[in-house]
Design a protein around this ligand. Sequence first.
Ligand code: C2E
Ligand code: CA
Ligand code: CA
Ligand code: CA
Length: 275
Amino acid sequence: CHSLEKTFTIYSQSLKDKLIAKSDLESDLRHALSTGKQLSMVYQPILNTKTGALVACEALVRWQHPVRGYVSPNEFIAIAEQSALINLLSRWIIAKVAEDCHRLVENNIRIRMSINLSRKQFSDAHLVKRLSQEKMTLFPADQEINLEITESALFQNTQYAISLMHKLKTAGFDLSLDDFGTGYSSLASIQQFPLDNVKIDRAFICNCVENPRDGLFLQTMSDLAHHLNLTITAEGVESSEQWQLVSDKGIDYIQGYLISMPLPIEKFIEFDPAP
Ligand code: C2E
Ligand code: CA
Ligand code: CA
Ligand code: CA
């Protein structure tokens, strides 16, 4: 379940190397954004747990660096957030996702599109205005859009987060709490936010078949979500045993490598949930 490899790379670098790498990556990302050529979007299917029907997908950004090769979005989004690049990047992402939504509609695929908001994006004062405008001008009419927000963004400033979320709901967006269980929100504290869905972090899925405590956590979360009138999604489902268990717990939606890797739009259009 754990990415030891990643931890090792980070700790084996000296601080100096890291700083150089950071400034390089920042200017390289600026360049990538100006040409748009190294960046792309991929889409991971989200299925109804019980029926297996395709109901949504999550948009994930990719960067193929000319020298370093694949750079993880965890890495470059953090770098973009430390500079003003996050605004450019998020505008690029929205425009690309909107374009791909039109391709889905052209292919008669009408599903909810889930888009990630980073912590910095979420605290941007112009967020609601900009997103509403983009929703109206760039996306197909009636496109359902879900915004995924992490716990850390919500608990920075609870009152601010709640009011912002109400505005986003009024503007027609659905809201998901991403990576639930990894941060500091207690089960009860999520009820104050106007959410539609919670996404259980894959850390709770990867051992859930072997570890009764994870199974119990999933049951508790599922019951709580439904009690609060929220839907619940399990991410990182990698085996059919996990799908079965998650289904037994009443979890509404599933996402993970078992179903599909995130796919470029051409491949996503061909994706068949029940091959
Ligand atoms: P996330 O939002 O939690 O996204 C889910 C991550 O889990 C993705 O990693 C996805 O490829 C991966 N994943 C999906 N199914 C499985 C599985 O079965 N097993 C395993 N081991 N992993 C699975 P990815 O694409 O590397 O993204 C990492 C993080 O970077 C995302 O975590 C999100 O926080 C951020 N990110 C990615 N794309 C975007 C974006 O367009 N905008 C923003 N703001 N953040 C993004
Ligand atoms: Ca997400
Ligand atoms: Ca997640
Ligand atoms: Ca995550």
